[in-house]
Design a protein around this ligand. Structure first.
Ligand code: ATP
Ligand code: MG
Length: 555
């Protein structure tokens, strides 16, 4: 897999557009849109659709709109709208126009009147349950409603009175008059308007009837002059209805609907409904919990827009549904962070080390580069003092085979600093190791010791001149690769997906850590400041990803 942000790989949609441009279909114009319903936060699946729609527009010198598909007022709200705008911008895209399906409510109503006038829509008094029964099955045709042949004037009158609020919710619906025997059930006189007395976050109480998704979507596309309406595969069977509505209305333009496979990502869930359930039932700490596959969660975990765009490019666009391994997303973020994250040292589970032959009050400022391959990122000072902290797991009293870290009587190099030797282990009354007594070799700063080899290198911080920090280690939210296939996805939540370490110490320079920067804590992983809980004087870091696939890097 190779990828280059400026050179998108070929996919079948680009081929269709190339052909359309050649044929002068749509006068050589390309206009796309990203049409989320504001009923939740965007997730990594939406990122695929965003990168595709905005990417195609940019590539063909076209435009891409952001349009809120807001026809289901009970589930939608302004908070979701705002989060969607923020996330699309954060991913690096600019919309040509920002619209709402609700902007078109009046036009949609007028088009429905046109359909009635053409004898192509009727007001039906069947209940939802009856409509379902009359609809038939995949093997049997449907049955016509007794109202199907209501006169045009009567339909016009009833529809107008539906709008005026004369009827109860569910008493009537407006249906397209298509074909109750169609092999495609979507064409068996689908409902296009329903009565629903709910407050809408944009239109308030102006309407008590709301248009249905399929009817709204195609007309909204046409009003905006969209040329290629890209959607996911489950809408393939709805395309005849999309085309039917636009054919009958002879609107300005007739966009081409093209379907592609949804992104499914292993060990997570990409359905707003289920993500909403995780939030509402408090299985996670909100939509932006770093374990969530939402854009807000990924951002808080430390993912970069570049890594997410790279991921979307790599997975490609096809017509086959398939599961993408989490490793692909992790690979993309590691690539970016390996190149751009500043190096720093942090000790997550500290063990005290006293260097007996180091002067009590001395501090040396060791200059260590911020990135081994990028001198332009500069250096920082790391204070070295008599008492330092190392990782508990970097010392072993009884070392396992091939252990290259510190052992009693053994030597190890402190990253960017001296070689130390451990002489004595101090334990408390319970037998727990609480301190190591060591000596350092003053002649080993930046050079190998004379006459012997020291293989291991471990990270460390000064005890006195370091800062306390909380570090949050995240793991996959689900225990199985395909939680969506479970009877109840809540049964396979990984209860150990968050480990909070409160006694960590980070090197002095990190007191100036910024929210924009990403850090590689040497040997430990990639981290960023937590945008919500990290405040001045209380550092909180989130682990974005481990250094290597499969967990913690060992020497
Ligand atoms: P959800 O079930 O998560 O609510 P949705 O398709 O109903 O998904 P919308 O807000 O309607 O969500 O989606 C906006 C756009 O994003 C649509 O064009 C939709 O096809 C696309 N999209 C949603 N989920 C995915 C996904 N997993 N992969 C690719 N595109 C997606
Ligand atoms: Mg939806």
């Amino acid at each position: 897999m190779s990828t280059n942000e400026n050179q998108p790989s070929a996919n079948f949609i680009r081929q269709i557009i190339h052909a359309d441009l050649k044929d002068q279909k749509y006068n050589g114009k390309v206009a796309t849109r990203f049409p989320p319903e504001p009923n939740g936060y965007l997730h990594i699946g939406h990122a695929k659709s965003i990168c595709l729609n905005f990417g195609i527009a940019a590539e063909f010198n076209g435009t891409c709109n952001l349009r809120f598909d807001d026809t289901n007022p009970e589930k939608e709200n302004i908070e979701y709208m705002e989060s969607i705008e923020r996330d699309v911008q954060w991913l690096g895209f600019e919309w040509a126009g920002l619209y709402n399906a609700s902007d078109y409510f009046e036009q949609l109503y007028n088009y429905a009147v046109q359909l009635i006038e053409q004898g192509l829509a009727y007001v039906d008094s069947l209940s939802a349950e009856q409509i379902r029964l009359y609809r038939g099955t995949l093997t049997e045709p449907g049955k016509e409603s007794p109202d199907r042949n209501r006169s045009i004037p009567d339909n016009l009158d009833l529809f107008q009175r539906m709008r005026a609020g004369e009827f109860a919710d569910g008493q009537y619906v407006l249906r397209a008059k298509i074909d109750m025997a169609s092999p495609n059930i979507n064409m068996r006189d689908p409902a296009i308007y329903r009565i629903r007395r709910v407050h809408h976050h944009r239109t308030g109480h102006a309407w008590c009837i709301y248009p249905m998704y399929d009817y709204t979507h195609c007309i909204s596309d046409a009003i905006e002059g969209i040329t290629h309406s890209l959607c996911t595969l489950e809408f393939e069977d709805h395309r005849p209805l999309y085309d039917w509505v636009l054919d009958k209305l002879q609107t300005l333009c007739h966009p081409q609907q093209i379907e592609f496979a949804r992104l499914q990502l292993e060990y997570t869930i990409v359905s707003k409904r289920k993500l909403n359930q995780l939030v509402m039932e408090k299985h996670v700490h909100g939509w932006d919990d770093p374990r969530m596959p939402t854009i807000a969660g990924l951002r808080r975990a430390g993912f970069t827009p570049k890594a997410i765009r790279d991921f979307c490019e790599r997975i490609g666009v096809t017509k086959q549904n398939s599961w993408i391994e989490m490793g692909v997303l992790e690979y993309c973020i590691r690539e970016d962070l390996n190149e751009n994250a500043l190096r720093a040292m942090a000790v997550l589970k500290p063990l005290r080390v006293v260097i007996d032959n180091y002067p009590e009050d001395q501090t040396e400022q060791l200059e260590i580069s911020n990135h081994p391959q990028k001198p332009e990122l500069g250096k920082r000072n790391v204070p070295f003092t008599k008492v330092i902290l190392i990782e508990q797991e970097d010392f072993a009293e009884i070392p396992p085979p091939k252990f290259k870290r510190l052992i009693t009587g053994g030597e190890v190099r402190l990253r960017g600093s001296y070689v130390i030797q451990c002489n004595e282990v101090i334990k408390n009354a319970e037998g727990v190791i609480i301190e190591l007594r060591c000596t350092y070799d003053a002649d080993t700063l930046g050079k190998n010791p004379e006459g012997r080899k020291v293989k291991g290198v471990i990270h460390w911080v000064s005890e006195q001149q370091s800062h306390p920090a909380e570090v949050r280690l995240y793991d996959r939210l689900f225990k199985v690769p395909n939680p969506d296939n479970e009877e109840n996805f809540l049964d396979v939540i990984n209860k150990d997906s968050l480990e909070v370490l409160t006694g960590c110490r980070v090197e002095a320079s990190l007191v100036n850590a910024t929210f924009e920067n990403r850090y590689q804590f040497e040997r430990t992983g990639y981290f960023c400041l937590d945008a919500i809980d990290s405040v001045k004087g209380r550092l909180v870091f989130n682990r974005t990803v481990t250094l290597r696939e499969g967990g913690w890097e060992k020497d």
